[in-house]
Design a binder for this molecule. Sequence first.
Ligand code: SF4
Length: 210
Amino acid sequence: MSRALLQHLELLRNLGVKELYRGSSSQADLLQSLSQRYSSCQNCPLGATRKNFVYGEGNPNARAMLIGEAPGAEEDRTGHPFVGEAGKLLDKMLAAIDLSRQDIYICNILKCRPPNNRDPESAEREACLPYLLEQIDIIQPQLILMLGRVAAQTLLESRLTLEKLRQSVHSFQGIPSYVTYHPAALLRNPHWKRPAWSDLQKFRDHYLSL
Ligand code: SF4
């Protein structure tokens, strides 16, 4: 049994779940049901300060998952991942490689917003990671794109800089994984758009080869 699956089962047991019903639902129904079930989660202090739980959205059968760090103010307000200006830029980035949100599944490591968009604490990442591992287990993507330093360092258990991490194709849960800038960072630093485009082209080439 994989470590991810063990973590997931442990999470469910802690949440008081006694019965598993996977197999009787479609992936979309399952994700929807799990999102509702976890929406009142208080497994870390962020549960007390969030406005909305932001589980994830997109194609439940996606070949690629995009994973960011945590909801920002607009995501917290609406309950949807990657909205606002960063979300619009992400849509443009996807369109540039002939993809849309209907093609991919997008979510964050943390499902609740850290106050003032501070970096998530390690205990918060640890508490929330099983939800992401479960999403990956359900969607079974063939490719992952990690958006931003925090997402990449957390998932790859690395302290390397984003610049270094961007230079390799990694493996997360056995899935080929690329790293690029978070769209919010690109809004703050437009000169990073050129290297981000280079990352996206590599990701697109791999996607097209699937
Ligand atoms: S961030 Fe994750 S672990 Fe923390 S309260 Fe929200 S859903 Fe639960």
